[in-house]
Design a protein around this ligand. Sequence first.
Ligand code: UGA
Length: 437
Amino acid sequence: MRISVIGCGYLGAVHAACMAKLGHEVVGIDVDEQKIANLSEATAPFYEPGLEDLLRDVQETGRLKFTTDISAAAGSSVHFICVGTPQKKGENGADLRFVDASAEALAPYLAPGDLVVGKSTVPVGTAARLAEFVKDVQPDAHLVWNPEFLREGHAVSDTLQPDRFVYGVEGGSEDDPAVSVLDEVYAVPLSNGTPRLITDHPTAELVKTAANSFLATKISFINAMAEVCEAAGADISSLADAIGLDDRIGRKFLNAGIGFGGGCLPKDIRAFMARAGELGADQALTFLREVDAINMRRRNRVVELTRDLCDGSLLGKRITVLGAAFKPESDDVRDSPALNIAAQLQLQGAVVTVNDPKALVNAAKRFPELHYESNLEIALNGADILLLLTEWQQYRDLDPYVTGASVTCRRILDGRNTLDPSKWRSAGWLYRGLGRP
Ligand code: UGA
């Protein structure tokens, strides 16, 4: 099939490459010339494991091209909208300017029978509005909402082997013409058994926001339990293991620590609350305010704990922060709890050095006042305390004896509860986890 993908950020670049991998002829379109130049040379504009190899493989087949020229969408029968929906400045709602601009730019190139497929995370009601717009410009084209559930760091496999497909079509009917077209697009994963659900437009939009809200709630739940564990002298990791063995609960997303960040969960729960308010259903989501508050409290808690571990004062203390990305296997620092904590510590008078295997360039753009050191050994040298804030494998693999020889003081705060406390303590470290005795 001939497919256009509008927006080549995280979602679009991965989606375009994966659609070409599935055998389709794909054009990726974006207004950012630098991004398009990079992608055309099989260079990903962000770090995502496996993406550059995939881009190279599919570009060699000639099935994937990138351009800034929207007219290249003409001739494709399926057009995916993959642009960002960031939080509005100074407000909680989602900024739909890029979604609207891409629909408008695409309009002149829509042909009868074409399918416009929304993948971006949008407030409920957006699909119905865009469906009207599409009908006005091309009465024989259709709009379907097909939310994306990929995780950064696993984006390629999540796109090629997703847990499920959701097709939101007008009226939610199986007979909608969009269903057979999307079935053809996703023929390979569907034949491998990926389930697909047909819904109406608002349900499909809500599936995505509900899923992210549930994940955020699960993380804040376990972090709230961590607060109680700390007060009661209990261990959150054992508690999570024990409750996670109940399959109704499940162990995934029950890792207590410094909380969630990134370009999705924080802004999605806020946009969801804002949209529910507009719909008169704000009471239904007031708990998400608490989810957000618990999450933000984690960051302050780490600053306070660090102060305690530094004998009551941060002034002049040499703190090495391990990790800047919002999670491992990503160079994304959007709303990164690690970086937020590093910046707070620096503002309170500590001398902070930040290390990260992939995210330092992005981190330096966001917080230029912090000191960054890409060499881990140098970053460890002379530290008064280590803060492990993003659980990259190389930090999990640190040897407490070798590390102990580099630092000034053997103190570590494990913000992700990933190290073995007994191993570090027996090497002479003052070890602190979050929600652990
Ligand atoms: C999230 C969802 O997991 C995806 O399904 C969704 O498609 C995506 O948002 C999106 O809306 O595009 P992502 O932002 O890549 O994916 O990151 P997650 O893996 O969900 O992690 C989010 C944050 O939660 C990270 O900061 C991570 O460190 C934190 N986390 C995760 C915890 O603190 N504890 C856990 O147990 C799990």
